[in-house]
Design a protein around this ligand. Structure first.
Ligand SMILES: [Zn+2]
Ligand SMILES: [Zn+2]
Length: 312
């Protein structure tokens, strides 16, 4: 069992968004009865208008009734894999490997080599771009009530608050959501398609997207706890590096969204692609991205939380 010490500051999540506006000046008007006069016009027992200026703290507005109990704790059951998670990851892996196997067999039969390899490389590169666009979208728009993506939006918001939990999340628990998407979308494509080049693209791209959450978890892990091969791949730029992803979790929280190789981060951030998209969306539909908000407790990592976990 584990227990948590009291947090240093009040906790709020995007479920529990507190209004913290500056102190407001409130003018309170009331009548009071006096027994002595203070001016020549005042008489005993006259009703005198008193204008009293007060500093008032506005009430905290809780938009959704949740508690700090939402915060995961060490050995939290919500971080463990269930048999359902494992089944979805198995289905996703089978889907990816079936596409790749079909591509290899087709390539061998048709004596194709260069095209499927190039297609696989393009799939790997575009998977990084896809991970960045998806991550940017769910970091900035929607909330827990958003259809289809609500759970993912909540999960990524929670990740910004408690990044350390991803390193404690079990493998299938971390991958099952993307594995489910891959199974539903890629399996039919793999069954219908017979072209080895297309299958190589589909297999590699979907595989990288499905495992992006594992690459993401490695980017949060300490170097000393990672397998040497993973560290070598991170340092070679094949997988998103720890330093690059760490920048995503620092203010202003609007860069380094890509979590496969991270190769697109420099391009997207350098050309301010997401900032342009945010402006376009704002002027077209009037929706502000979360990253425009002053960095607040919804984005800030509770860096003192891990140290509060005391194993009994
Ligand atoms: Zn994020
Ligand atoms: Zn992260």
């Amino acid at each position: 069992m584990s227990t948590l010490a009291q947090p240093k500051y009040p906790l709020t999540s995007h479920h529990q968004r507190a209004s913290r506006r500056p102190l407001l000046h409130c003018v309170r008007v009331h009548f009071s009865t006096t027994t002595t006069s203070t001016t020549t016009k005042s008489n005993s027992n006259d009703k005198q208008l008193v204008i009293e200026t007060r500093l008032a703290t506005p009430p905290i507005v809780v938009t959704t009734a949740t508690t700090t109990a939402n915060r995961p704790v060490d050995n939290d059951p919500s971080l463990r894999s269930t048999w359902s998670h494992r089944a979805w990851v198995a289905a996703g892996c089978t889907t990816v490997f079936a596409s790749l196997a079909k591509s290899i067999v087709g390539a061998a039969n048709s004596h194709l080599l260069v095209e499927p390899i190039l297609a696989g490389w393009v799939g790997y590169v575009l998977a990084d771009l896809g991970s960045g666009v998806y991550h940017w979208a769910i970091d900035n728009y929607g909330d827990g009530s958003t259809p289809v993506f609500g759970a993912q939006i909540e999960a990524f918001q929670g990740h910004h608050k408690w990044p350390w939990t991803i390193t404690r999340r079990q493998f299938a628990n971390n991958l099952h959501a993307l594995a489910r998407v891959v199974t539903f979308t890629v399996l039919p494509m793999g069954l219908i398609c017979d072209d080895p080049t297309t299958l190589a693209f589909i297999g590699v791209c979907s595989g990288c997207i499905m495992f992006s959450q594992q690459f993401h978890a490695w980017a949060h892990s300490m170097k000393s706890r990672l397998p040497p091969l993973v560290v070598a791949l991170q340092e070679a730029g094949v997988l998103v590096s720890r330093s690059q992803h760490a920048a995503h979790h620092r203010p202003p929280f609007n860069n380094n969204y890509c979590i496969v190789s991270g190769v697109w981060n420099e391009v997207l951030d350098g050309f301010k692609v997401f900032e342009v998209l945010e402006m376009m969306l704002y002027f077209k539909v009037g929706v502000r991205p979360r990253s425009w908000s002053e960095p607040n407790s919804d984005w800030m990592e509770e860096i003192d939380v891990p140290s509060q976990i005391i194993a009994k």
